[in-house]
Design a protein around this ligand. Structure first.
Ligand SMILES: [Fe+2]
Length: 257
């Protein structure tokens, strides 16, 4: 039965939609602080799903916020672009970030669907970012591995982790959180995006839909622990084809590792 309270709630929800609030929320970038505490003493920033050419956030605003956070390293977990026409803006954005700290990036499904692809991103971004395509790099005791997009079946985790066995800590960048099915117990931390937190979330119900195989729907947003491996899934900073968000504001993640 539709109680008065429920009716008022629904009316309020409809009024928000009618007033175009979801378009406004899509521009309201927040900083989320996450303490992973791997004992590395590294301050990092995690950005994901910038979706250049279909997003409505301010790239200059995001760069300014990242600068204020003074990270030692910046991670981008894919969907840099929605369409190829966003490439120039994406390049400028990554270049500005790289002046703050080294940038490590993995491709997402939309980077592939845009026609640019993983190798294309590597070429287009040049020295602006280190694009990790099923490979790893070492920074002292830390191994940073990155897989190509798991959602479109391009991830090769075994290859990405090759030669990292003696690292003190292993961090994995992957666009889609579904990589946790393979990565649990293999690395200390996985950073992912892809879900956008659902972009539109209803009170109590959560995300309406997620672009994930059903068994991974619980990894919609936030920090999880699977077999001792921590997984952080960010809501991302941009929006895909529809520039709207509800109860799911865009975020920049400030990590302490
Ligand atoms: Fe995305």
């Amino acid at each position: 039965m539709l109680t008065r309270r429920r009716f008022l709630k629904l009316a309020g929800f409809a009024a928000l939609l009618g007033a175009g609030y979801p378009v406004v929320e899509a521009r309201m970038v927040r900083v989320t602080r996450v303490d992973i505490d791997l004992g590395l003493g590294i301050k990092a920033v995690h950005i994901t799903d910038t979706h250049f050419s279909t997003s409505v956030f301010s790239p200059e605003g995001v760069v300014a916020t990242v600068e204020e956070l003074r990270p030692g390293i910046i991670f981008h977990t894919g969907d840099l672009l929605t369409f190829r026409r966003g490439l120039e803006e994406a390049r400028e954005f990554i270049s500005a970030l790289s002046e703050i700290a080294p940038v490590y990036l993995v491709p997402g499904n939309h980077d592939h669907w845009s026609g640019v692809g993983g190798k294309g991103l590597k070429k287009e971004l040049g020295s602006g970012a280190r694009v990790l395509l099923n490979e790893a790099v070492r920074i002292g005791d830390l191994a940073i591995a990155g897989v190509d997009d798991p959602y479109t079946g391009r991830a090769d985790l075994e290859r990405a982790l090759r030669g990292t066995g003696d690292a003190g800590a292993r961090l994995l960048l992957a666009h889609s959180p579904q990589i946790i099915g393979e990565a649990a117990q293999q690395v200390e931390l996985v950073l992912a995006g892809h879900t956008h937190g659902g972009q539109v979330r209803l009170p109590r119900k959560g995300a309406l839909w997620l672009p994930l195989p059903r068994e991974y729907w619980r990894f919609d947003y936030g920090l999880f622990s699977v077999g001792g491996t921590r997984l952080f899934v960010s809501r991302g900073v941009g929006t895909g084809y529809l520039p709207v968000r509800l109860n799911c504001p865009p975020e920049i993640v400030a990590l302490s590792l």
